[in-house]
Design a protein around this ligand. Sequence first.
Ligand code: EPU
Length: 322
Amino acid sequence: MIVTSPSNLYADLDVQAELDAPLGPHTWFGIGGSADILIRPNTLEALSALARRCRRDGMPLRVLGSGANLLVDDEGVDGVVVKLDTEAFRRVEFNADGGIERMRVHGGASMERLVQECARRGLRGLEPMSGIPASLGGAIRMNAGGKFGAIGDAVDAVAVVGEDGELRVYPRSELEFGYRSTNLPAGTIAWASLRVEPDDPIACRDRVKEIFAYKKSTQPMSANSAGCMFRNPVMPDGTRESAGRLIDRAGLKGHRVGSAFVSTEHGNFLAVDRGDAGRLGRTDDLRALVDHVQRAVERAFGVRLETEVVFWRRGESHGGHS
Ligand code: EPU
């Protein structure tokens, strides 16, 4: 349901807009309700104006990345969902600032394609992102990565369109990247400068392949899931433990709630299928499964698992890419 007439939000802006737009197809889970308004800005100016107007009208603005780490409520979401998949926001400029080792990558660019393209050109630095589905903005927002490294290691600067519509550039010296976190303020990541180093293209390609093969051998690559559901928790002895291993040791692999189940390959992968009902699952089933896993792991090991996957629901504003 749209509470404010949206026309004065975007009618004069260079954007593509869709009302009551189903979000399931934009996410890796493939489930969930609709966005009241889905907007694809064609220019940075349009994105800035939109952000300003959303703030003026008290309308939530959520940024949809590649939907690889997002679970949308069955009832959908209010306000505006922005998707940066137009030409302007998918661009990658190699040799930015005249140096081969600097790239300017726009917020909606695909990490998978970027990793491949860097390897092809013999540019080293992004291999740890191999096999991680994400848009550049989404990857930076949560400092995506794994045991081989994280995107933050390669970031030189990030440009964010703030909630006031202003574009600000944050240099490396002001940025902090932690485990699946950054200190970036709310807003939309317009672009980032990434640092890579020239190397032998064959060596780069081999490393990408090697990391991808590790993931493929330990994780279900084809299920309807968002990768790891939970962050790896810090245990009482101060070490970070694999949430997947804890879920596994709690005997939860294969556990099912309706259409949602814990993968039998990797405990931290929660997925949905068509279940008995014959249609793709509901977000409610996944939420119930998340609760069950959290309770069981807490009982067994005394630690509370926090979700890494972002939940979108009506009435809860959210300031990042997902
Ligand atoms: N393990 C089990 N059972 C399981 C899962 C894992 O015993 O069900 C064991 C493995 O055998 C291994 C250890 O736990 O000895 C660690 O497993 P893994 O290498 O898969 O690492 P992880 O800590 O579970 C993290 C990231 C993954 C990333 C991998 C590999 C988080 C929450 N997860 O998983 O990221 O792919 O490292 O780099 O940080 C994601 O963020 O979506 C994600 C999947």
